[in-house]
Every structure is written in structure tokens, then in C-alpha cells.
Ligand binder design. Structure first.
Ligand code: FO1
Length: 307
């Protein structure tokens, strides 16, 4: 049993490697839902969809999000009607959001809906939203407090970041299966995702950090920061605002209370002593997932017996 804590694009690529080297039905992905939001009256779950559609081989590989070959007829008409078009929702993608929203309206839990969607798309990896309750990530900026997607996509991460908050996190519960998956895991992997807005919300849920402290399974993370910059996304200002150095060492600092092993890129080999000074074993390898072979290589390194 392999458990992976996952955000969006980086995690999805990492999971693609993992399914090459381990039985897909032995893998559980616990996915961030802090990016979830309502637009056009529809419940959008960007990270769940990115993970599921990547594993279903339906993802737009260039963007890393959205569905391959999708059209934007509906979005064009939404624009004509005066609705917002800053979040690019393709026609096929909209089907996911319509279906999810309809089932939520029938009182079905997000975790159950997610399980139905992944099965319908032929994904064998078990995909769990981190929580069935909404826990929207808000970025606190010099211009005010706004939802993560508003900060990241609509305003192109241009605002000065002062912090983040996960609205309602104290009252939220991990989704059914999250804590038991962590407790029963043989190895726990932290995907190369943003430590503040992708992995941060999962860790902030009541009981999750405690479960990570309690497990005897090795906990192995892959640094999403290579050569002092994130592979993708707005990790740098968010890490800085949280008091973390934008480096593999900063990732080690973020996870130091539970992490056993941090996989860092060859470009960051000189950071190995600084990571190990925090009591975390550092493994140096090529972490750039530019081909299926390289994804499988990274997964193999992450699964080696480390502790
Ligand atoms: N990211 C963008 O930068 N621009 C978009 O218009 C956009 C649309 C979108 C639609 C569906 C979806 O599942 C993801 C989408 N993303 C878009 C990606 C998303 O904003 C982020 O990459 C994740 O939330 C961070 O993991």
C-alpha cells in the first residue's frame, strides 16, 4: 500500500511514474481540494481533475491541466452572455464540473463522486479528496484576501503575498479513508507539489500531521524546487511569505517534523549537507519528469527502501 500526498500537475506526473513501477490499485492519492471553487454555479476541483485526467491519459499534456483536444464553445458563449472567462473551462472539462455539481446537489459526498469519476474514466489508482468539506485556500495579498485561483489565474500571481489561510480548516474533517490510508501505508510519498498551497492544506487538516507522526512507514518527499525555483507555479512568493527559503532546504524545513527522506535534484547536490543537518536523509537524482522513463526512474528512487 503506497500513499501519495498530491497537488496538481507535478503530483499527476509523479503518479504517472508510480503506476509504471507499482500496481496501480496499490496506490492511494490523497489530493488537495483547497483550490476548489464555484464558478458559473459549478463546483470545480482543479487538482482532483488534473490527477484523474492525467492517469486516464485524457489530460492536455502541454498545459498539464484541461482535457486533450477540448473545444471552448461553451466558454465563448458564456463570454457573449457577460459571464467571466478568465478560467479556461473546455467543453469536455465542463462535463466533469456539471456532473460533480449535480451529484453534490443530490447530497452525495465529494469522495464518493470522485471515486465514481475515476472509475468511469478507467483509473485504478484510488483517488481521495483530502476532505468532503470545502476548505478554500485564500491568499492574503497587499490588495486583500482572495481565493487561490483568483490570485493565481485571474490576477496572474502579480500581487504581493502576505500569507495564506485555509478557510474552515479547523472544522473540516479528512475525507473517509484518508487517516486509515496513512495509518496502513507501507510507504508515504509527498509528491513534488507546492508545499504551501498544495500539500499545506492536506497537512493542516485535523489529524493528518498526527497520523504522519504516528506512522512507522517511511515518509519520502520529492522537492518541487530545483535550482532555487519551482518547476511550475507560484511556489516562490508563497514560500517566502511563509518564512521558508525557496530551495530544496526550504522544502526540508517545511516537512522536517515528519519527513524521513527528501529527494533533491542533481542541480541541488550541494544542498545535501544542509538537508541532512535537519535530520532528513537526502537522495540526489535527476528529478525532471520530462519523459515516461524519467517519471518511472523518479518513482523507483522514491520507492527504494530508505529507512
Ligand atoms: N490554470 C491556468 O493557469 N489557467 C486556466 O485558465 C486554468 C483552467 C483550468 C481549468 C480546469 C482545471 O482543472 C485546471 C485549470 N487550471 C488553469 C489549472 C489550475 O489553475 C492550477 O494549476 C491548479 O489549481 C494548481 O494545482
Amino acid at each position: 500500500m503506497i500513499v501519495t500526498l498530491a497537488g496538481g500537475v507535478g503530483a499527476a506526473r509523479f503518479l504517472e511514474g508510480l503506476v509504471q513501477v507499482a500496481p496501480p490499485d496499490s496506490i492511494t492519492a490523497i489530493v488537495n481540494t483547497g483550490d476548489d471553487f464555484i464558478l458559473h454555479g459549478l463546483h470545480i476541483s482543479p487538482d482532483l481533475d488534473i490527477v484523474i485526467c492525467t492517469l486516464a491519459d485524457e489530460i492536455d499534456r502541454e498545459q498539464g491541466w484541461g482535457i486533450a483536444g477540448d473545444t471552448t464553445e461553451c466558454l465563448t458563449w458564456l463570454g457573449r452572455l457577460g459571464a467571466p472567462t478568465w478560467f479556461k473551462l473546455g467543453d469536455r472539462d465542463l462535463a466533469l464540473h456539471i456532473h460533480r455539481t449535480a451529484l453534490l446537489g443530490q447530497g452525495i459526498a465529494l469522495s464518493e463522486i470522485t471515486d465514481r469519476i475515476r472509475q468511469a474514466l478507467g483509473v485504478s489508482v484510488r483517488v481521495l479528496p483530502m476532505s468532503d468539506q470545502p476548505v478554500p485556500t485564500h491568499v492574503i495579498t497587499a490588495e486583500g484576501d482572495m481565493h487561490f485561483e483568483e490570485y493565481f489565474v485571474r490576477r496572474r500571481a502579480a500581487d504581493e503575498v502576505r500569507g495564506v489561510r485555509f478557510a474552515g480548516i479547523e472544522q473540516a474533517l479528512p475525507a473517509p479513508g484518508v487517516l486509515s490510508a496513512i495509518a496502513e501505508a507501507e510507504v508515504i510519498l509527498v509528491a513534488p507539489s507546492n508545499p504551501i498551497v498544495s500539500i499545506g492544506p492536506i497537512l493542516a487538516l485535523p489529524g493528518v500531521r498526527e497520523a504522519l507522526h504516528a506512522t512507522r512507514a517511511p515518509i519520502v518527499a520529492v522537492s518541487p524546487i530545483v535550482g532555487g525555483a519551482p518547476i511550475k507555479g507560484p511556489a516562490a512568493p508563497l514560500m517566502r511569505a511563509s518564512g521558508l527559503e525557496v530551495s530544496a532546504t526550504g522544502i526540508a524545513q517545511a516537512y522536517r517534523d515528519f519527513l524521513d527522506v527528501l529527494i533533491i535534484d542533481e542541480q541541488d547536490a550541494e544542498l545535501k549537507p544542509a538537508v541532512e543537518a535537519l535530520g532528513i536523509r537526502a537522495i540526489v537524482t535527476d528529478t525532471i519528469m520530462s519523459s515516461m522513463e524519467k517519471k518511472a526512474h523518479l518513482a523507483r528512487v522514491a520507492l527504494r527502501r530508505h529507512v
